[in-house]
Design a protein around this ligand. Sequence first.
Ligand code: G3I
Length: 378
Amino acid sequence: MTRRDLLKMAIAMSAATIPGSWDELAAETSAHSPTSPALPGTLRDIASARGLHFGAAVPWEELADNPLYAQIIHQQCGILTPELELKWDCLRPTPQSFDFRKADRLYVFANSHGMLFRGHTLVWERALPKWFESTVDARNAESVMMSHISTVVSHFAGKICSWDVVNEPIQLGDGRADGLKVTPWLRFLGPEYIAMAFHAAHAADPNAMLVFNEDWLEPENAAAQRKRQAVLALLTQLKRSGVPVHALGVQSHLSAELQTAGPHFQRFLQEIEDLGLMIIITEMDVSDQHLPADIEERDRLVATQYLDYLSFMLQFKSLKSIMTWGLTDRFTWLAKVHPRPDGLPVRPLPYDAELNPKPAWEAIRQAMETAPRRATTT
Ligand code: G3I
């Protein structure tokens, strides 16, 4: 039986059976999926040699159905984020119940390959289960949110290195002076829902790094600058109030032609570090939606953005984790949400749809290899 057959069987078995405990699940997975040390020259090794973590967000199905992809993930990534399985619509079949099975399988996959595991996300207004709207209101929202956070964070206590506690809470277009997005959480609980969420997560796992995760902070334009100012004001107030927020998650969903890495973004990130917060790149990809059709030119422009942006970001010594949102063009969310007008498959990630490394892979390698070394990563 070949390694690939073994891996396929291991993943199929762990997907098919529903062991009752961590140990059973770990035995199931590690017994069959050979732990292959990361090969020299992988993004995982290069990151580690510089005191960094490189990783990706993937959903369980993509690993369970594609053993070769699973192998590339654990060889190239030292950290893994569930793309779906820690969101409410996956975890919460009913108002009273939790289903951790898929998230647990991803944890066991990561742990059996010596990978760190990061949680995404505890409080967001999207990816909510169908029962949410008809069940949650101003009277019960606090207990619903707090019991969700304490149950989920406690389940993974000691197993998750960092949590995206609140995801994308800023939306200036909603017209509030503080820039907060008008979500059900804000409507039912007021702005304090953010501090409450961080305190609840910290109480359930004091060792987890707690992250405020936001998108569209990177562009060098006026709208992004207004968003950065709202984020900075909010994080300053949270820190002053003793809220246990430890890092800013900069999602980094870029496009190849986007002007970023400018002086305003640089000053913002410096002010974030001056607050005592770390910086994490949580969801990087580089859209080629508006680039010419030629694949070689697209790949080159996408790779250039990866190299320029990561070289800029890695000047900040608090940045220790770089996550892409997926690792292969085959499964990118951008294919569905931001497809190319000409209908050609998009190419935003380090591996193409056939799982071959692309110029973007080399660009990420080069940016990390030339980055100032970090103190050993915890
Ligand atoms: O798997 C089901 C499938 O069985 C069903 O037929 C289909 C149609 O209903 O839905 C499929 O699930 C979808 C899932 O992606 C897998 O494709 C969900 O409906 C869909 O909501 C989900 O979208 C995800 C989205 O977050 C909401 O959770 C995207 O894949 C994921 O890439 C996206 O990731 C977000 C981050 O969490 C936050 N930052 C932005 C980022 C991109 O939007």
